[in-house]
Design a protein around this ligand. Sequence first.
Ligand code: NCD
Length: 310
Amino acid sequence: MSIKFHSKDIISAKQFTREDLDMIFEIAARMEPIARGDEESRLLRSKYLATLFFESSTRTRFSFEIAMLRLGGQIINTSHVAFSSITKGESLHDTVKVVGNFVDIIAIRHPLVGSALTAAKATERPVINAGDGPGEHPTQALLDLFTILKEKKRIDGLKIAMAGDLKFGRTIHSLAQLLAHFDVELVFISPEILRAPEGLLAHLREKGVSFRETKDIEDGICDFDVLYDTRIQEERFTDLKEFEKVKNCYTITKELVGRGKEGICIMHPLPRLQEISVEVDDLPNAAYFRQTFYGVPIRMALLALLLGKA
Ligand code: NCD
């Protein structure tokens, strides 16, 4: 079945079936000792990854790069649009076409929705969407799901709340689509202006996923198994007055977690601003730093699959 991904692109969470998820998690679990540096690997020796990042990133770019390096591969990158020929007016299509002549695989992050698809059409090389503006972030969703599995030992039967910027938060858009493959109950928590896109909700309805929306972070906290929090995406607002109204809409505190279900797992794709108080970091419930690690074995699994080496 791993052959299905050989030379393919990863653009959207929609691409994955439940069987695909099981297979990716199985490969990622095998990659874990390599990701932790306990075992060495030369699996992707002589393969090159380009990370074309035209938006800020720490975790995502580093975890793609360390995943490639720990598998014995090599990396080249452009970490800012200011240092690429895009500033000379070159189209994304042309940039990607050229980079595709140099490397074996490309991970791209770009502020425009649909940019990863544009990139994928420009080259025969596999292209991985590492975030296309407020669109999707499928590899983050895979690592999020893998984290839930690691923390809660299952996904079916869980009640999962997603809070914050559900409108512009691409991690939410991708994760909700993956969760639709499971028997879960979803709760979307956001201010009115940051509600999840209607298209996403329609997709969940079509898939028969049970969900509700609320504005109140306290609403049902004693029931949630997982609370997946997100940053309000200031950079996506066209009117900063609107951002000011919602930027401090809530903060997850130790006290709030204490009122939650025992063992409630607090997740966040990071970076975190004020939406999770630092005092929460010391609680066993705080999974967000562990979550960042899981990006490495997940991205190792994806790189190996797309390069036909899984
Ligand atoms: C997220 C992103 O870039 O979408 N971060 C990440 O990739 N871990 C979330 C965010 O920027 O708020």
